[in-house]
Design a protein around this ligand. Sequence first.
Ligand SMILES: [Mg+2]
Length: 379
Amino acid sequence: MKITHLELFHISVPFAEPYHLSKIYGTQHNAHAVILKLHTDEGLFGLGEADPMMPFTDETPQTVMAVTRDAIAPLLIGRDPVQIAMLESALDQAIHGNLTARGAVNMALYDILGKANNMPVRTLIGGLRHSKLPLLGGVGSGTPEETIAVIETQIETGCQCFMIKMGALPIADEIKRMLAVKERFGNQINIIIDANQGWEVAEALEFIDGINSCRPDLIEQPIRRWDMNGLKRIHDMSPYPLSADESLATIQDAAMLIREQAVDVFSIKVSKNGGIDKSKLIAQMAEAFGLKCLMNSMLEFGITQEASLQLGCTLLNLLDSGHAYGSVLRMSDDITDFGENISKSVVTVPSLPGLGVTLNDEKLEKYTRDYLKIDQSLI
Ligand SMILES: [Mg+2]
């Protein structure tokens, strides 16, 4: 089998409601992604998805398309797609960074491998450890009343673990939100606080001090991603577990976070971390050093979500909480059937070959802003 050509679709889909994040990212109205169809000479094609987001990933849909055309496709066309390790090595040698572009390719290679062997990807990477996972509910920034209302709505669907977005408001207001949520729900729910880089070290410590006995289960990425010393200081002073999301992009980032003992949990995202292989390696590094993994998500669609689920269901060291497989529920529409795996705030792992996700071509066309076909003539 040989790779013949690639198709890239930059899609943009509005959120059902605007999503208020930290001051670093502001309010998001649309989710953007680049969908990859990786074609072979046997008529089989693999699906991949890149979920770039400035300034989180240092990539945009346009850079994903350009890097794929200029640097990635020339190393893929004419090659055997099932030789994933060799292709990854060749790409690693030629390309630094661009992890969401790399992730889309890695997902598509595994989709082809699974379809060619009539096996789900999770069987190819170790086999099932969890057939179902509980969903992590997402709660955007807002007033205490708005925060409680969003949580109440999701509790009705069976959700019991929530990621509350912070980092947009003054610390005194974020403390009030936390106290109000705890007063309303007590220990009925699990809470992860994600400040998405929105705080300074002193603000993070002020928050931790101010919430007193309102114990969150986890605090994620309170400060800017490059501030390893700051992360370590917060970790040393916090009675609550700390996780790295934006600080954890590459395998080398994982090694440094482990070496510095800066966090307790790795927030893994298959697109952000460069695909299934790199994400799995990061998860296994965490396992070896006694860290847990939160299967998290960018603002992503069903292909990345499915790739993440195929990996997450094989891992031993998952955090005992919800995991972020509800990204498509935030959208006004999805271009895949991933949502059919979700019922009552639980996601069930499908048994179909490959990634096990189906693309809706009509919806893909409807939401495509930009299209690029890359074949031998373009490289
Ligand atoms: Mg996060």
